[in-house]
Write a protein of this length. Structure first.
Length: 287
């Protein structure tokens, strides 16, 4: 079956999907995006993702390309047309197509929107979670507004490629003080030797992850001891366990950091429990 994409008002074959050469996303990375998990024919936490999309658009002064309800319909329709039972649905909005100029285009230029969806393997994801992943640290080199989910991801690409070339699955950024900020495409967490769950505050310096928010809900529900504060690389190395969170990974245990074992080298009980409970705390919207 051919995959289907939605591009500026049309459903087209994925192989034929294209945007104009002067789309500002292509020229300037002038756009934002969201990725929702699809789980058992349901889109996970779509309202929260669209709330964050709204915030990102507002921060960059980009208009919605259509009404929010229309975007919700397209997300469902693209997921349905691609027969995605378990996977990811992606939406990207840019400032639109206009002659290349650093200034904003004229007001009559409409934002561009692209939506795609693809299947993933739950079995493969669970096999990975049972084993855990390796993380490689990388100096923080991104612009300060990482709280906006923009498509300007070149620093993330370089950090994750460095991780891959050094045997890792994910990168953890380190700030000038030696503290972990977040992953290349995830939020970062540790569990201290005393059993305290720690993650960096999302006020600044990291993206306010939707999966992160769900996990925080679960942490409160489960009565876990929790601190929202920066943690250092040394703390992470000495942690009982560690994990990352994102729509594409859910709660994924980290068992190695810069080539060294974390804890006993196996996924920890906190991460495993939070992963098991994750979908009990999410908003599920049928495709």
């Amino acid at each position: 079956m051919s995959r289907i994409a939605y591009v500026n008002g049309q459903y087209v074959r994925h192989a034929d999907a294209a945007v104009h050469v002067e789309d500002r996303g292509y020229q300037f990375a002038d756009g934002v995006y969201e990725v929702c998990e699809v789980w058992q024919n349901k889109i996970v936490d779509m309202p929260r993702h669209l709330d964050r999309l709204d915030r990102s658009l507002n921060e960059l002064r980009i208009d919605w390309p259509m009404t929010r309800s229309a975007v919700e319909f397209v997300l469902r329709e693209v997921t349905r047309r691609n027969r995605v039972r378990d996977g990811l649905v992606y939406v990207q909005v840019t400032r639109g197509v206009s002659r290349r100029d650093h200034f904003f285009p004229p007001e009559d230029v409409a934002p561009s929107i692209v939506v795609t969806a693809r299947s993933t393997s739950p079995k493969a994801a669970e096999a990975q979670a049972e084993k855990g992943i390796s993380v490689v640290t990388y100096p923080e080199n991104r612009w300060p507004r990482v709280d906006i989910k923009t498509i300007a991801l070149l620093p993330n690409v370089l950090a994750k490629q460095n991780a891959k070339e050094n045997g890792g699955k994910e990168a953890w950024y380190l700030d000038a003080d030696g503290n972990v900020t977040e992953g290349g495409s995830t939020n970062a967490w540790i569990v201290t030797k005393d059993g305290v769950l720690v993650t960096r505050p999302a006020e600044s310096g990291i993206l306010r992850g939707i999966t992160r928010a769900v996990v925080l809900d679960l942490v409160q529900k489960e009565g876990l001891t929790f601190e929202e504060r920066p943690f250092s690389l040394d703390e992470a190395r000495e942690a009982r366990e560690a994990f990352v969170t994102a729509a594409s990974t859910l709660v994924m245990p980290v068992t190695r950091l810069d080539g060294k074992t974390i804890g006993n080298g196996h996924p920890g009980s906190v991460a495993t429990r939070l992963r098991e409970l994750f979908h009990t705390a999410t908003d599920l919207r049928a495709v």
